[in-house]
Design a protein around this ligand. Sequence first.
Ligand code: WTA
Length: 665
Amino acid sequence: MSASPSAIESVLIENRVFPPPEGLVKTARISGMAGYEALCAEADKDFEGFWARLARENLQWTRPFTKTLDESNAPFYQWFADGELNASANCLDRHMGTPVESKTAIIFEADDGAVTKVTYKELLARVAQFANALKAQGVKKGDRVLIYMPMTIEGVVAMQACARIGATHSVVFGGFSAKAVQERIIDAGAVAVITANYQLRGGKELPLKAIVDEGIAMGGCESIKSVLVYERTPTAWNRVDGRDKSFAEALAGQSTECVPVAVEAEHPLFILYTSGSTGKPKGVQHSTGGYLLWAKLTMDWTFDLRPDDVFWCTADIGWVTGHTYIAYGPLAAGGTQVMFEGIPTYPNAGRFWQMIERHKVSIFYTAPTAIRSLIKAADSDEKVHPKNWDLSSLRILGSVGEPINPEAWMWYYKNVGGERCPIVDTWWQTENGGHLITPLPGATPLVPGSCTLPLPGIAAAIVDETGKDVPNGSGGMLVIKRPWPSMIRTIWNDPERFKKSYFPEEMGGKIYLAGDGAVRDAKTAYFRVTGRIDDVLNVSGHRMGTMEIESALVAKSDLVAEAAVVGRPDDLTGEAICAFVVLKRARPTGEEAKQIAAELRNWVAKEIGPIAKPKDIRFGDNLPKTRSGKIMRRLLRSLAKGEAITQDTSTLENPAILDQLAQNN
Ligand code: WTA
């Protein structure tokens, strides 16, 4: 259950195949490989007609579109551009007057286990009322609103309310720092912040509002006119008069009806910041029409959502998975979903299994890193093994965020899915809006560790540096050769960076470069994604740029002269962050090194967030550089892994440094 050499070998020789359950093949929307191939053929034959049909069938348009895809300004593709719709109306209003109206939309389980449920009708009233409260604050179509909320129904209400009035939300994960909040407010030019006084996780009360205050106080946030505060706990919070209001104050007297604002299909529904290989996080901008189509469609295709399903996606709304598979997809599809405030290990590592039993969850979607940590917990304590709970309600399992190693896959399949439930290993990215390469539960034979085949209409391929296809069986770069409806539209405020990051000139400027390495199986043509090929790390499924962490380290300018950050494989978190640091004083050793390393970790937590804390920090008099001054990251990666250096070091200016950096603190 790790990325140990044996695990890597087993993925290379993986030959176990798990066909889809017969019953599911009969009932699934996409039934058998014949069903899948029929859709692929339809997309091949008439690409635009295919998407136009699906967009008409799956969304309600207040103004129908006449043009499906506009490629005239590629790579700034436009989809359904002359159509108009509202995302919130497509998630809520559309169900009124249907049986879904009185169905439970969200089953919320709080950190302490308390359960609250809302029906679609109730959720609509809450969203409409909150939308009116936003309007009363002066928020209008086209404005940006920063959301810094705990995992609560109110978080979804805030997102949906923005969508209802055509405001573009930018959700910031509750684990990010004040500095991250400040940077995002400035970049997005946000006019309002929606936050909570505190969040509750693992029995602890953690501040949110105070971090917003700290971020705004760092300066440059004059665009913020109001801060709305959800009082999650009775604990007092600091109020800035004239700017801050509690939810209760903002909602008082507001009607529970609010006509949704129709927006153009290309209107930015949200901006979500994510890490790239260079510079600061980039604001990935998504559209309304194409994005929502994808959210709805993949609920039907990948999860084969049925009216009586109970869907549970364990992601946080601060990540794209929580956007598409909590805030929009399940609602657009009229499903019932579980939403969880807490953490998988509180009060013990049986929490997920207990919740599946309690709420009769039928579709469960989580990350490999969570599975790996729960395997470890179950191995050391029988009492939290999934066998202690009745998981018979499950019918489909999902995985997302990082490669799942075959050992973890098999454990998940056997111990959670009872060898009955297909696992959909969904490959996609913040920039993609939703699943692109994934098995279909009633069609695709599964191979552990493989995300199998692209969804119909998705032109996924593996190419070399020039954009030429590589043969199956050889590794290369994962690209998507044709646009798809839910693709990133641009990087907010930085169209040049958008072009450069995703549509390299060397490949013709129109092919989407994912930044992942992948290989297709020689026999089945199944995809296996091996990980990032750029300087982006994936730690517990969280994306982080090595440059971002380096910048944070050198920002401690009284102490740090230079820093280089690389990833190394980690059994539990997939990758771990390893930082090589040169101080402005003599290289510390022993206790002093430990102390300074702790200080630097806390510093990074303050600059970015606790998830960016380096696991290893190593101090050197210098870093391994070529004579022209370039840091040799290749060598640092080997050192981080604890490997002996076998590479050629003759171009190195200071080979002696390697021994020093091989030592861990
Ligand atoms: C990785 C998360 C292998 C990949 C939805 C990608 C995966 C990055 C998988 C995007 C998967 C995501 N198998 N790798 N099933 N899913 N990844 O933007 O490296 O947070 O580029 O989106 O996660 O991370 P992001």
